[in-house]
Design a protein around this ligand. Structure first.
Ligand code: G3P
Length: 219
């Protein structure tokens, strides 16, 4: 399962990229709003230049025609740009048109297997079911993900399943067990993922024993 970072923050992208585990980035208007870039397209270009993998840039227009135009603009940002379009009726026509042209589209704000079938049929490159937001309304985001993965396997859809809206490490582990192609996680979840108290305690002991050995060999 590929790991993507869900952010618009350049420092966070550089940090996780330096870990050597970053395969892509997803952004959305709310994440970009937090960064307050003066020039959104320049900011998007910068993200695309850091990451060696797909970078999803979200559309904000509200008709099929506008989405197709905006999709062209976003796809032109960089060769690794992926156009993100919300799962709405007027969005599907744009997904189909852009996909037919060879532009990669990530269909976002997906909350049900029914919506995921529509995304695949429209030719999406990626479908993004939101796990955390389903959990927030006392439903089961992992069940939605499992149904989508199973349907896509049965029908051999090529659309990649990206587990989005991940809130904690077990969302990532369970997404991997279910068979998601990609998990896109916030920076804080990457930090939680790497942490284990036994690693910290074990390393502290190894380093202190090593330091003691250096002290002894000097005597
Ligand atoms: O980028 C889409 C998604 O990952 C948003 O997550 O935490 O705002 O539900 P969240």
């Amino acid at each position: 399962m590929k790991l993507f970072l869900d952010t618009g923050n350049l420092d966070h992208i550089r940090t996780i990229n330096d870990w050597g585990v970053l395969s892509g980035v997803t952004t959305n208007p709310s994440l970009i709003f937090k960064e307050k870039p003066k020039d959104w397209i320049a900011h998007a270009k910068e993200i695309c230049s850091i990451v060696d993998g797909p970078v999803s840039l979200e559309t904000t227009t509200t008709t099929t025609k506008e989405l197709i135009e905006e999709g062209h603009e976003l796809a032109a940002v960089a060769p690794n740009a992926v156009v993100k379009i919300a799962m709405v009726p007027y969005g599907l026509g744009a997904v189909k048109a852009l996909s037919k042209e060879g532009i990669k589209v990530n269909v976002t704000l997906v909350f049900s297997p029914a919506q995921a079938i529509l995304a695949a049929e429209a030719g999406a490159y990626i479908v993004s079911p939101f796990l955390g937001r389903v959990d927030d309304i006392a439903s089961d985001g992992l069940n939605v993900l499992a149904d989508i993965v199973s349907i896509y396997d049965t029908h051999e859809y090529e659309t990649q399943v990206l587990a989005a809206s991940l809130r904690h490490p077990m969302h990532v582990v369970d997404s991997a067990k279910i068979g998601a192609d990609i998990a896109s996680l916030p920076y804080e979840v990457f930090e939680m993922l790497v942490k284990h108290p036994l690693t910290d305690a074990g390393l502290e002991k190894f380093l202190s024993d090593w330091e003691s050995l250096q002290g002894q060999s000097k005597k």
